[in-house]
Design a protein around this ligand. Structure first.
Ligand code: NDP
Length: 285
């Protein structure tokens, strides 16, 4: 058989992106499956996205992840969007199809929902409280609603973004959604089952920071989740646990969205356990 030295390419474009560990996780999966695929982590500045997307075509890449600040700007390069990506209004995963067209999907919220499923936490008929209304919050809010959550309270500093997320959920899903302005310590509404920190507060190198939450409003029996995965143990989760909440860290969301992307690109079931183990090793867990 003729040898083939050419690797299939996927990767991630973002800025900042140096601290993004997705590549080691995806490449652990490729190695496990004996695939000659590479995941390249590339610093792409805000104004260079068009050139970078031309590169995706020129290099015949199989797909790419987008992170800050490209998730919305990349929309103009897509030939087709998934329903979720259209509703969320952002793409974190591009699939380059054989016919040369680009398909945009958003797997952040799907990864989050799967991490709750893995922990045996149902979403159907639950009351959710989301702190934040940025890209991650939008994805999580829409997917939780599509997964059957009954109500979603969005707490955010910026009113326009907060109201827009509540409106998107109301317009596109069966869930009831409302916006609560974030002025002063945020109170988690009574009756909340699952509260999620979907802000970037606590992200490395500011790992000692905690969102301004009135922790007395977090009750035993609630589930508290964080999207931050670096550090894995955030002050938000530590303080919520001290109130008796069950906690879910951001690593499960990360590995699950990575596993979904793996399948979208390769067409194979992702070796999720291998990818998760690699990620835990990377974080010294
Ligand atoms: P965005 O910039 O789109 O949104 C940031 C959000 O945080 C906004 O709602 C913003 O509020 C809020 N915020 C920022 N600072 C504060 C503050 N001091 N107090 C209260 N709210 C604040 O970022 P993303 O949504 O893309 O990312 C958010 C986090 O999610 C990042 O840390 C990212 O690493 C993480 N993430 C994790 C993933 C995983 O797999 N675990 C996947 C994707 C993202 P306002 O609108 O008022 O400015």
């Amino acid at each position: 058989m003729e040898k083939n030295y050419r690797a299939e390419l996927v990767g991630c474009f973002g800025d900042p992106v140096d601290g993004n560990p997705t590549g080691v996780m995806e490449e652990a999966g490729f190695a496990h499956d004996g695939l000659n695929w590479r995941y390249i982590t590339v610093r792409v500045l805000k104004d260079d996205l068009d050139d970078a997307m031309a590169g995706v075509r020129a290099f015949n890449m199989r797909g790419v992840n987008l992170t800050m600040p490209h998730k919305i700007n990349v929309l103009r390069h897509m030939d087709e969007l998934s329903e979720a990506a259209r509703v969320i209004g952002a793409v974190n995963t591009v699939v380059c199809r054989e016919d040369g067209t680009l398909f945009g999907e958003n797997t952040d919220g799907k990864g989050f929902v799967q991490s709750l499923r893995d922990a045996g936490i149902p979403l159907a008929d639950r009351s959710i409280c989301i702190l934040g209304a940025g890209g991650a919050a939008r994805s999580i809010g829409v997917e939780c609603a599509l997964a059957g959550a009954a109500s979603i309270a969005v707490i955010n500093r910026n009113t326009r973004r907060g109201e827009a997320l509540a409106e998107v959920i109301r317009q596109n899903t069966k869930a009831d959604a409302r916006f609560i302005p974030w002025d002063g310590p945020a109170r988690v509404p009574e009756g909340t089952d699952i509260v999620i920190n979907a802000t970037c507060v606590g992200l490395h190198p500011h790992g000692d920071e905690c969102p301004n939450v009135d922790f007395d409003s977090i009750q035993p029996g609630m589930v508290a989740c964080d999207v931050i995965f670096n550090p894995v143990d955030t002050p938000f989760l530590t303080r919520a646990a001290a109130r008796g909440a069950r906690t879910i860290d951001g690593l499960g969301m990360l590995v699950n969205q990575g596993a979904i992307n793996y399948t979208l690109w390769t067409g194979r079931t992702a070796p999720r356990d291998v990818m998760y183990a690699k990620l835990r090793e990377e974080f010294g867990l």
